[in-house]
Design a protein around this ligand. Structure first.
Ligand code: ATR
Length: 291
């Protein structure tokens, strides 16, 4: 694609942004669709998010992704916020609207689409959710909103799990999140679960770690979904597989959060076939780095 007078710009604001894979996702999609669009990273200094968003709007930047540490802070700089993003309190995608931007949370929509394409439903499911930090809190909202039957929220610090459960249950208007201390997993009902791993344990370079080591625990999991994708196969995934379950990493979540943002910016639908081409490119990036 030739950059010319009609080229539109999208990008990523965050700090740091050097290691982002989003340019690969969006520039590949732009090429595939023949869109005259470029996607670039913009490192934003602490305290300058509002200026960045106002400046982006003034420059006519079509859309932005937002990453750590600005996903919550950016909300006060927006014209509108989509309801899922507002409930979660985190925005990772800005779409240009009159006078500014509307915020979305395509991280969670992306996780949902990744799970749907893998044939993993949330509706009516009994789920184990590991962790109660920012990522797991968002997943708890997603599970509640998408109609999960029950989510056992296991966290090392029980207080945090209780706080998240209270908040999400209030929002959902039903008891759907059940907080538990991680150490009490033995008292879970005797059945098989979908488990979502939302802690930072096992993330590169600590690839040899998992929140729970006991094989007895993994025997309760029919499907394990780790939000981590570095390493390619986490210790959590290995333990799930060893006990006969299916296991997935978080790369498809990364893929689909990008795909959904691209769809919002360009008013197009990205087919599964097109998404798969981007996925193969992301996957190739990790070839040779897979722990
Ligand atoms: P994020 O925003 O990525 O979710 P976070 O808010 O720092 O990151 O949350 C990290 C999560 O990993 C928390 O659930 C944390 O448990 P605590 O709330 O008890 O701190 C969990 N975590 C981190 N290290 C852990 C460890 N060694 N064992 C168990 N859980 C751990």
């Amino acid at each position: 694609m030739e950059i010319n007078g009609k080229t539109r710009v999208c990008g990523l604001i965050g700090n740091p942004v050097e290691h982002t894979l989003s340019p690969m996702i969006h520039n590949t999609l732009a090429e595939m669709f023949g869109h005259n669009l470029v996607y670039v990273p913009f490192p934003v200094e602490t305290g300058r998010v509002a200026e960045a968003v106002a400046g982006a709007s003034a420059l006519g930047i079509l859309g932005l992704n937002v990453t750590v540490p600005y996903k919550s802070e950016v909300i006060s700089c927006l014209r509108e916020v989509d309801s899922l993003a507002a409930s979660i309190g985190a925005v990772n995608t800005l779409v240009s609207v009159r006078g500014g931007y509307k915020g979305y949370n395509t991280d969670m929509e992306g996780l949902y689409r990744a799970m749907t394409t893998e044939g993993i439903p949330l509706e009516g499911e009994e789920i184990l959710l590991l962790g109660a930090g920012g990522a797991s809190r968002a997943v708890a909202y997603l599970c509640a909103i998408k109609g999960a039957k029950r989510v056992y929220l296991l966290n090392r610090t029980l207080d945090k799990a209780q706080k998240v459960a209270q908040e999400v249950n209030r929002h959902a208007g039903r008891d759907v999140i059940f907080p538990m201390a991680l150490a009490d997993y033995d008292s879970l009902p005797d059945q098989k679960f979908l488990a979502i791993q939302g802690t930072s344990v096992g993330l590169f370079p600590h690839a040899d770690q998992a929140v729970i080591e006991d094989e007895g625990f993994y025997g309760r999991i029919h499907t394990g979904f780790d939000l981590i994708y570095t390493p390619w196969e986490t210790r959590f995934m290995k333990l799930v597989k060893k006990s006969g379950g299916r296991a997935y990493n978080g790369l498809k979540m990364l893929l689909y959060q990008g795909v959904i943002a691209y769809e919002l910016w360009n008013d197009v639908e990205v087919s599964e076939k097109e998404a798969q081409i981007v996925y193969e490119k992301l996957k190739a990036h990790f070839a040779g780095e897979t722990d």
